[in-house]
Design a protein around this ligand. Structure first.
Ligand SMILES: C[S@@+](CC[C@H](N)C(=O)[O-])C[C@H]1O[C@@H](n2cnc3c(N)ncnc32)[C@H](O)[C@@H]1O
Length: 343
């Protein structure tokens, strides 16, 4: 590990961190009140916008100034406009509207859970009554409904890795474990007409998956397997097993046991495809914060989950019997894609 500049702490930095929740509240409120849609491509004054939105004018002026202070609006001669290119993420008409993500990342559940972080650190895991490991947890319905475009980059990257390999196979039967919205299977099935997908998830989530397959015109190639991925009969054997953004809910040992079960569901010569946040062992959290902050979310959501390193992923694959573990990253993908084969 190389020596670098020592981390400095200033009162300003502490104030910013301490009041980080104010920024979360501002973003939530701006979306809930349709402030960005209300502005659109115009430059508006606070009083007019307050009338249009039916809110208090003084309170809105304060909120608009605060939104400008954190870079989510621009002020022009005392009026307000969206930041340059802001509409891409801030307008509900945009295909990359960020609003739905707030139902997860700024949800009451996540907020309440982080308020109890101290308890979670004392205990070593989730303290909320319902959490990621609770069967039919309603947060997973919101996840399936609202994890929109930002999963697509990794889903595309995974399909790009699987398609050339799948092209010459007689069948492409896919098991998508903990499939949620189903985008990973949808992406593959849309590009590979032979692909048929069986999706495992809790019974309250699978109707949302089915709707997404229907929306994409491929519902005839999707079947749901409702139940607990650790115990439900998985059917098969399959050519491909996917398990995306799930292994970080568990310790490496529990994940390896699950991978062994998935290994058994694959045909010889089959392939497993996994995605997740990860880090390279030896890298410093200071240099690449996201995977470490994601672990912090897993800490309050699960009993033993955390972001696994690339080395841990490789070890989990080989301990579960897989060969040829590979890692793929791309600028467009927020998550890393891993594949490994059943010899
Ligand atoms: C973080 S989401 C991942 C969803 C999707 N694969 C993705 O990459 O975005 C976790 C999913 O796992 C499902 N899940 C969690 N525990 C499960 C279990 N024991 N059996 C079946 N599904 C489970 C949840 O319902 C949820 O849909």
């Amino acid at each position: 590990m190389t020596e670098t500049e020592p981390t400095t702490v200033t009162a300003k930095k502490l104030h910013e961190i301490m009041r980080g929740y104010v920024k979360t509240a501002l973003l939530r409120t701006a979306i809930e009140l349709n402030i960005f849609d209300g502005i659109g491509d115009r430059t508006v004054d606070a009083d007019g916008l307050a009338r249009a939105l039916g809110v208090d004018a003084r309170a809105l002026r304060i909120t608009l100034d605060s939104l400008a202070a954190i870079g989510l609006l621009r002020t022009v001669d005392g009026k307000y406009a969206l930041p340059v290119d802001g509409g891409k993420f801030l307008l509900s008409s945009s295909p990359t509207f960020f609003g739905p993500s707030l139902k997860l990342g700024a949800s009451d559940w996540e907020w309440d859970a982080q308020k109890r972080l101290t308890e979670a650190v004392r205990k070593g895991g989730a303290v909320m009554d319902s959490h990621a490991l609770t069967p039919e947890f309603d947060y997973w319905e919101d996840f399936a409904e609202n994890t929109t475009w930002f999963n697509n980059g990794a889903a595309e990257l995974m399909a790009e890795q699987l398609l050339p390999w799948a092209k010459d196979r007689d069948s492409v039967d896919v098991l998508d474990v903990a499939c949620s919205h189903g985008y990973y299977g949808v992406n593959l099935a849309k590009a590979e007409p032979k692909a048929r997908v069986w999706g495992v998830d809790w019974p309250n989530v699978l109707p949302i998956t089915a709707k997404n397959y229907e929306r994409n015109g491929i519902s005839d190639r999707f079947s749901g397997i409702p139940g607990d991925m650790f115990s439900v009969p998985l059917g098969g054997p399959y050519d491909v097993v996917m398990i995306t953004n799930v292994l970080h809910h568990f310790s490496a040992d529990t994940s390896t046991n699950l991978l062994r079960r998935l290994f058994d569901a694959l045909k010889p010569g089959g392939r497993i495809a996994v995605t997740g946040h990860t880090f390279v062992e030896g890298e410093r959290p200071e240099d690449k914060p996201l995977p470490y902050l994601f672990s912090q979310i897993m800490l309050v959501m699960t009993d033993e989950g955390e972001t696994h390193s690339t080395k841990t992923y490789e070890r989990m694959f080989t301990d579960a019997g897989f060969v040829n573990p590979q890692i793929f990253t791309a600028e467009k993908a927020m998550h890393t894609v891993f594949t490994a084969d059943k010899a």
